[in-house]
Structures are given as C-alpha cells and as structure tokens.
Design a binder for this molecule. Structure first.
Ligand code: ATP
Length: 371
C-alpha cells in the first residue's frame, strides 16, 4: 500500500510566507508591501526589470537584509517580524549566489558538506582530512547523486564547468534539507547556449528535492520555463503572481503584458464582451462592465495572429514590412492600413516578401486594458 502524504500537507503552513515586506535605502524604496507564499515542492520566480527589488526581497527572506516592515515565516515559524529576528543560519533556508560562491580551497564533496550540521562538518574540518581516511557523509553522496555529479566529489571548483559549479552550489544549499532554497540569478554567469538545458536540470533537481524554491531573474523565458508560479515585480511591488500561462496570456497590467513577452497593443473600443479593433471584433478574456464604446488597448501576442494572402489591389490589405526566419518559426512584421505595425509569429511553410499584401487574422481571445 502506498502512503499518500498529500492530505497531511493541506494542513501544513506554507514552506515560505512573506507578508508586507518593505525596505528602503535612504530615499530609495527598494521593496514595498511584498506578499507571497511558496508551498513545499513549488518553484516561484521573482521576475522584473533591473532595480525593481527582486534581490532585496530574496535577501530579506534569507536574513541578509533587515526589512523595515513585514514578516517572513518559514514552515510556520517567524524568521523576522515584530520583535523577532533569526539570523540567516537559523532560518532553514539555503542560498545559491549568483557567482555560486564555492570555496576554492575545498573539494566538491567538502563544499557540499560545508552546509551540514556540525557533526558532519568534522569530516572536512579535521586536520588530516587530506588523507581521506573516511568517506564523505552519506548525505553528501546523496546530494552529488541528485545533481548528477556522483563522480565529482574529489574535484576542486576550478576543475568544474559553469553548469557543474552551479549544481555543486545547489547541492550545498540543499544538503541540510532546508525548508526553502533561494537562488539569485542562478543562470546569469552561464553560457547562453547552456541555459535552456540547465533550466530543465535545475527544475528536475528542485522537484526531486521537494523543497520550496524562489529564484530571481530578469529573463522572462527563464521565469516562464522554470517556475510553477511567477511573481512579476515593478518598482518594489509584486504586480501580479500566477502560473506562467496566466502571466503570459492574462496579464493584469499593460506593463506585465509587455514585460513577459512580445506584445501587439491595438487601440480599440469596447463592444459587448469584446472589442472592435482594426483587425475586427475580438473577444476579450477580461471583458469589462460598462457601456459600449469605451476606449481600450487590446493585447495580442505575435503567435495569436496569422496572415492570409490578399489581392494586390485590396485597399484594406496590410503590407509585409519584413520577416525574420528562425527555422522553427518566423517573425513577420506587417503595416496595417492605419499605419500601425504589428508583429506575427508564424510557421515557416509560407515565405513572405516585403510589400506582400496580406490580411491579418486574429486566432485567439485577447486581453483589454482600459485607456
Ligand atoms: P537587479 O536585477 O539589477 O539585480 P533587483 O531587482 O534585484 O535589480 P535590488 O538589487 O533589490 O533590485 O535593488 C532595488 C533598489 O534598491 C535599487 O534601486 C537599488 O539601487 C537599491 N539598493 C539595493 N541595495 C542597496 C543598498 N545596499 N544600498 C542602497 N541602495 C540599494
């Protein structure tokens, strides 16, 4: 018989809870009222432009920065709150720094053991450790196995690739079984080509470790592909938090719409449950209450549009401006009769030339923002 632990978890507090966190540096309000929770096994991305307060939020959770207001709870215990302050080492939180911060003079196994309780630490701190009279603690081997570096225990950080160093840093953070692991721009020091495969590896490792994870990034693809939920920050506030497809297809603000993906913004007027645009009537996923005819902006992603051939003498036709071929798809820019430009992302079976007359077809329901 298998034991299903899920019902127990329903009654558990979230692994990580941040409530109304706020922090200013002099005149700069770095974080204002950041509230979110992360359950065990969940991966949350803090996504936003440079300077929006992502790292400060992470550092307040880790205990490297004292919030001016607000609370952090870890597994239901207050780590910081009114009259309460737990230092970082007493928070059950693991941290992976941007540069991985491995100890260069310690082997991989010793780096991983560093995070363990004192009893285990004796393994590498005793003076004759170089003679390796005993194998590393079981937990170290387990962690190296988890991150796929079982054979790497005796290597030193300078003998690792960037991706391997990242996994060692992750193993070190996970070794003491933290309630939450925090990752500050975990891919920023890695080769662009490696990032996609490392994201998948990172997700697999975090899921296998069954810990709560929060990572900071300003790359939308990283956030959308790795996280279960994405919290988009702007000017110190969390503007929206939700599943990647919610954030992408149902952004609550124009800023989020444009920040998390390429966006066509079309002027429109409200009509019933949708809007009239230059591309015709579109149904809105978020129809607003009120009279018809109110001015709106409608957001459509490039892949939500298609092109059809039009007649050369069709006065209503749009015209192709240019196209970029990517193999798996192509981006074709088009000028509408009004002069407005839209971007479409299409499969590559048709080739479009500049000045081709085309009709732009809306494939999906859209999102509207009041103007
Ligand atoms: P990035 O993506 O560039 O790392 P971020 O979203 O992580 O940015 P934070 O590093 O949290 O942003 O910074 C938020 C704001 O607080 C910025 O305006 C920054 O200049 C300011 N700030 C952060 N740390 C300090 C500090 N120790 N002293 C003064 N100002 C700070």
């Amino acid at each position: 018989m298998t034991v299903d632990s899920a019902p127990d978890r329903i009654h558990q507090p979230p692994a990580l809870l941040a409530v109304d966190l706020a922090k200013s540096f002099g005149e700069t309000s770095a974080v204002r009222e950041a509230t979110f929770e992360v359950t065990r096994g969940e991966i949350v991305a803090l996504l936003g432009p440079s300077g929006c307060g992502k790292s400060t939020t992470l550092r307040m959770i880790a205990g490297f920065e004292r919030p001016d207001r607000g609370q952090v709870q870890i597994n239901g215990e207050t780590a910081v709150g009114p009259g309460i302050w737990r230092p970082p080492e007493r928070r059950r939180v693991g941290m992976v720094q941007q540069d991985f911060a491995l100890f260069p003079h310690l082997s991989v196994a010793e780096n991983v053991a560093f995070g363990l309780a004192d009893g285990h630490r004796a393994w590498w701190t005793r003076p004759w450790r170089r003679f390796r009279q005993s194998p590393p603690p079981e937990r170290v081997s387990e962690m190296l196995e988890l991150v796929g570096l079982r054979e790497f225990g005796e290597r030193y950080p300078h003998e690792l690739s960037g991706g391997e160093a990242q996994r060692v840093a992750l193993a070190r953070a996970l070794a003491p079984q933290p309630a939450a692991v925090l990752l500050d721009e975990p891919f920023s020091n890695l080769d662009q080509n490696l990032r996609a495969s490392l994201r998948l590896a990172m997700r697999r490792i975090l899921k296998a470790a069954d810990t709560a994870a929060v990572f900071v990034t300003h790359h939308r693809e990283e956030a959308l592909s790795l996280a279960d939920r994405v919290a988009v920050m702007r000017e110190g506030r969390i503007e929206q938090i939700g599943a990647p497809d919610d954030i992408y297809y149902r952004p609550e603000t124009r800023f989020i719409g444009s920040f998390v993906g390429d966006a066509n913004i079309l002027p429109a007027t409200s009509f019933r449950h949708g809007a009239e645009t230059e591309l015709g009537f579109v149904i809105l996923l978020n129809p607003s209450e009120g009279e018809d005819g109110r001015p709106l902006d409608v957001l459509l992603r490039p892949e939500q549009l298609a092109l059809k051939n039009a007649e050369e003498d069709d006065a209503e036709a749009a015209r192709v401006i240019n196209s970029e071929y990517y193999g798996h798809d192509q981006v074709v820019r088009v000028r509408l009769p009004s002069g407005l430009q839209v971007e479409t992302r299409l499969r590559t079976e048709s080739v479009w030339q500049p000045d081709d007359p085309v009709q732009v077809v809306v494939l999906d329901d859209a999102i509207g923002f009041a103007r």
